[in-house]
Design a protein around this ligand. Structure first.
Ligand SMILES: Nc1ncnc2c1ncn2[C@@H]1O[C@H](COP(=O)(O)OP(=O)(O)O)[C@@H](O)[C@H]1O
Ligand SMILES: Nc1ccn([C@H]2C[C@H](O)[C@@H](COP(=O)(O)OP(=O)(O)O)O2)c(=O)n1
Length: 228
């Protein structure tokens, strides 16, 4: 399991727009590790609930639907595709409708229990070592990871990044909803606003992507002799 010394596990948590996905993928590519985006799993569960038109306030129905679903998760950081019951949803899970609804599924504790178990199984099965990113990786999913990072950035920087990414497709209010409101909702079930003991805080507000990737690779160096 993670932390036992044989396989490197890098756990990265942080709020929306802090740079988790791009940073985690970059670290995984540089160190030759697998990559798991746990947010994509909550998004895929949300896509399924929307697709099946299940009432998301009916928490038990949503969790039953998710429990029956087969997730196809590609751990290659260069591709990182995700499928639900054989349907590739890699692009669909980034749609505004999924972003707006995902917190209602991510705050469903039955769904969390199910997805955390699946994430831990994927980590246990990774023979190369793995970079895992989300909101509760350093605290719940892989608290014994050798490298544990809380990636933060000022709210204004996070909103600006999301805005640049989404472009003309969304309004300023939508972007603020996707970043600030969603973090407030998500932080009711996962502690990603403060670093847990032993977790290194990395602030990306004024640090470029390459610099942030480099800092995390440096933290991993003692555990990955081939790391640069
Ligand atoms: N250190 C950084 N400096 C500037 N922009 C960044 C940095 N890290 C990521 N980004 C950009 O910010 C946006 C959001 O990054 P992303 O990795 O999706 O964040 P998260 O997964 O935390 O929501 C992307 O467009 C990404 O290229
Ligand atoms: N380990 C995780 C990962 C994500 N979530 C929630 C929080 C978010 O609202 C959604 C989607 O996460 P995602 O990382 O894709 O969100 P951002 O791209 O950072 O905006 O899932 C969670 O509760 N626990």
């Amino acid at each position: 399991m993670s932390g036992s010394g044989e396989r490197l596990v890098v756990a990265i948590d942080g709020p929306s727009g802090s740079g988790k996905s791009s940073t985690a993928r970059g670290v995984a590519e540089r160190l030759g590790l697998d990559y798991l985006d746990t947010g994509a799993m909550y998004r895929a569960a949300t896509w399924l609930a929307l697709h099946e038109q299940v009432d998301r306030t009916d928490r038990h129905r949503v969790s039953e639907l998710v429990a029956r679903a087969r997730f196809g998760i590609d751990l290659d950081p260069r591709t990182a595709t995700i499928a639900v019951d054989g349907v590739d949803v890699t692009t669909a899970i980034r749609e505004p409708a999924v972003s707006a609804a995902v917190s209602s599924v991510a705050t469903n504790l039955e769904v969390r229990h199910d997805l955390v178990a699946r994430q831990q199984a994927l980590i246990a099965d990774s023979s190369r070592g793995i970079v895992v990113e989300g909101r509760d990786i350093t605290t719940v999913v892989a608290p014994d990871a050798q490298v544990r990072v809380l990636l933060v950035a000022d709210p204004a920087a996070r909103v600006a990044r999301r805005r640049a990414e989404l472009g003309e497709t969304v309004t300023a209010d939508d972007v603020t909803d996707q970043v600030i409101r969603r973090d407030a909702d998500d932080s009711t079930v996962a502690a990603f606003t403060e670093a847990a003991p032993g977790v290194t805080v990395v602030d990306s507000t004024h640090a470029g992507l390459d610099e942030v990737i480099g800092r995390i690779c440096t933290l991993a160096e003692p555990y990955a002799p081939s790391a640069t």
